[in-house]
Design a protein around this ligand. Structure first.
Ligand SMILES: *Cc1c(COP(=O)(O)O)cnc(C)c1O
Length: 416
C-alpha cells in the first residue's frame, strides 16, 4: 500500500508543486473544497487593494477607460478561452452562471424557432441530477415564455439517447456532475444532439480549470461556467459564457442591456446589438470582483490543462485507493466513476451519517462538503493540493470513522 513517504516522494517530483506557493492557505487546513470555492491566489489581495485604493480611490470614473474596466469581460474571456477550447472573441466573463444559462438557453431556443425545420421544437432535455439552478432556470424560462416549452428530465445517459427526439430544441447538460463527479462524453452527446437537430448547451461549472475541455473539438453549441470554483476567482466572482463565432450573428438574448448595445454611449432609445460576443453582455459589472478573476487565470497560464489533469487523476486515484484500503470496514460507497474518462476532479463517498462525518472532518481541518443524499464531496485541485494532503486527510477520516467521533445530532448551517 502507498505510504506517506511515497506521497512525499511524489510531491518532490510533482511539476505543479511550486504553484501552491501562489495561494494563501491557512495553516492546519487541508482544503478539499476548491470545487465549491477555490482558494485565494495571494495576488488577489494586492489586486483588489489596487482596484479599490488606486483605480477607484484616485482615478475615480476615469478608470473605466484608463484601467480598462469597460473591456474587462472580454479581456478576461480571451484569457479564459484556451482552458475550454474556445477561440478569441468567443467568451465573456460576466454575470452569474444562472443568468448566463438563461441567456444561452433563450438564444438557443430563438435560433431553433427561426430554423425552417425546427421551429416546432419545444422541449429542453436535461438531467434530474443536474445542479438545481440549471433546471430551475430552464423551467423559469419555459413557463415565462408561455409558448408551450417544457423541460424533460432524464435519469441516465442511456435515457438521454432516447429523450432527445424530434421535439427537442436544446440538450442542456452539466459536463461534470456536482454530486458524483461523473463526467459526460461531451463530443458524443453533442454529436447526438446535432444528429437529432437539437442544440447542445454545456455547463462547465465543475469542468473549467478542473478537466481539459475542447468545446470546438467536441462540437458544442453554447457553454457557461463558474470562475469561483476551480478557477479561484473569489466568492461570487462573475461567471462566463461561450458563444462560438458560427452562432454569434444569430445570437439574441432577452437581457438586452446597454453593455450589449452596438454603441452604448450613443444613449439611443432603441436597442441594437453589438457584433460578436459583446451581445452576451447585459449591464455594469462588479469590477473589484471581476478584477480578481484575472489572478486565478494568471496561475493557470503557468501550466497546462494536460499537467493539471495528470495530477488530478493521480490525486483522485490515490484518495480512492487509500480510503478503500484504510477505511474498508466502514459503510462507505464510492459515488464517483473509477474510469478516468468519466471522472471529474472530485471524489464523492456516501456514508449513512455523511453530514455528521463531514462536520467532524471540517472540525479537524479537513474541509470538504456535503450534498444530499448522504454524499461527502472531496474536491482535488492540483494547483494547491499535495499527495501528502491526500494521505493526511484519509488518516483523519479513518480516525473519525474508527472512533465514531461524529455527532449525528449536530445542527446544520444554512450552507452545507
Ligand atoms: C456551482 C454551479 C452553479 C452556480 O450557479 P450560480 O449562478 O453561480 O449560483 C450552476 N450550475 C452548476 C452546474 C454548478 O455546479
Amino acid at each position: 500500500m502507498t505510504t506517506r513517504n511515497d506521497c512525499l516522494t511524489r510531491d518532490a517530483q510533482d511539476p505543479l508543486a511550486p504553484l501552491r506557493d501562489q495561494f494563501d492557505l491557512p495553516t492546519g487546513v487541508i482544503y478539499l473544497d476548491g470545487n465549491s470555492l477555490g482558494a485565494r491566489p495571494k495576488a488577489s489581495l494586492a489586486r483588489a487593494q489596487h482596484v479599490i485604493a488606486h483605480e477607484w480611490g484616485k482615478d475615480l470614473i476615469r478608470s473605466w477607460n484608463a484601467a480598462g474596466w469597460f473591456d474587462m469581460p472580454k479581456r478576461l474571456g480571451n484569457r479564459l478561452a484556451p482552458l475550454i477550447g474556445a477561440a478569441d472573441g468567443e467568451v465573456v466573463v460576466t454575470d452569474s452562471t444562472s443568468l448566463n444559462l438563461f441567456k444561452a438557453l433563450a438564444a438557443a431556443i430563438h435560433l431553433q424557432a427561426g430554423h425552417p425545420e425546427r421551429a416546432a421544437r419545444r422541449v429542453i432535455v436535461t438531467e434530474r441530477s443536474n445542479f438545481p439552478t440549471d433546471i430551475y432556470m430552464a423551467q423559469g424560462l419555459s413557463s415565462w415564455l408561455d409558448r408551450g416549452y417544457s423541460v424533460r428530465l432524464v435519469d441516465s445517459v442511456d435515457e438521454i439517447a432516447t429523450a432527445v427526439d424530434a421535439d427537442t430544441a436544446v440538450l442542456m447538460l452539466t459536463h461534470v456532475n456536482y454530486r458524483t463527479g461523473h463526467q459526460h462524453d461531451m463530443a458524443a452527446l453533442s454529436a447526438l444532439a446535432r444528429q437529432r437537430g437539437a442544440l447542445a448547451l454545456w455547463d462547465l461549472a465543475h469542468s473549467a480549470g478542473a478537466v481539459p475541455v475542447d468545446l470546438h473539438g467536441a462540437g458544442a453549441d453554447f457553454a457557461v461556467g463558474c470562475t469561483y470554483k476551480y478557477l479561484n476567482g473569489g466568492p461570487g466572482a462573475p461567471a462566463f459564457i461561450w458563444v462560438p463565432k458560427r452562432h454569434q450573428a444569430g445570437f439574441t438574448q432577452p437581457l438586452s442591456g446597454w453593455w450589449g448595445h452596438a454603441a452604448p454611449f450613443a444613449m439611443a432609445p432603441d436597442f441594437a446589438p453589438t457584433e460578436g460576443i459583446g451581445r452576451a453582455l447585459c449591464g455594469t459589472q462588479p469590477i473589484a470582483s471581476l478584477a480578481m478573476v484575472e489572478c486565478g487565470l494568471e496561475i493557470f497560464e503557468q501550466t497546462t490543462m494536460a499537467a493539471v489533469r495528470a495530477k488530478s487523476l493521480a490525486l483522485t486515484d490515490l484518495f480512492i485507493e487509500l480510503v478503500e484500503a484504510r477505511c474498508g470496514g466502514h459503510p462507505l460507497g464510492l459515488a464517483t466513476p473509477r474510469e478516468h474518462a468519466r471522472r471529474g476532479s472530485q471524489v464523492s463517498f456516501t456514508h449513512p451519517h455523511g453530514y455528521a462525518v463531514m462536520a467532524a472532518l471540517i472540525a479537524r481541518g479537513v474541509i470538504g462538503d456535503y450534498r444530499e443524499p448522504g454524499i461527502m464531496r472531496f474536491g482535488f485541485t492540483p494547483l494547491y493540493t499535495s499527495h501528502a494532503d491526500v494521505w493526511d486527510a484519509v488518516e483523519i477520516l479513518k480516525q473519525i470513522l474508527d472512533d465514531q467521533a461524529y455527532d449525528t445530532a449536530a445542527e446544520r448551517g444554512a450552507v452545507t
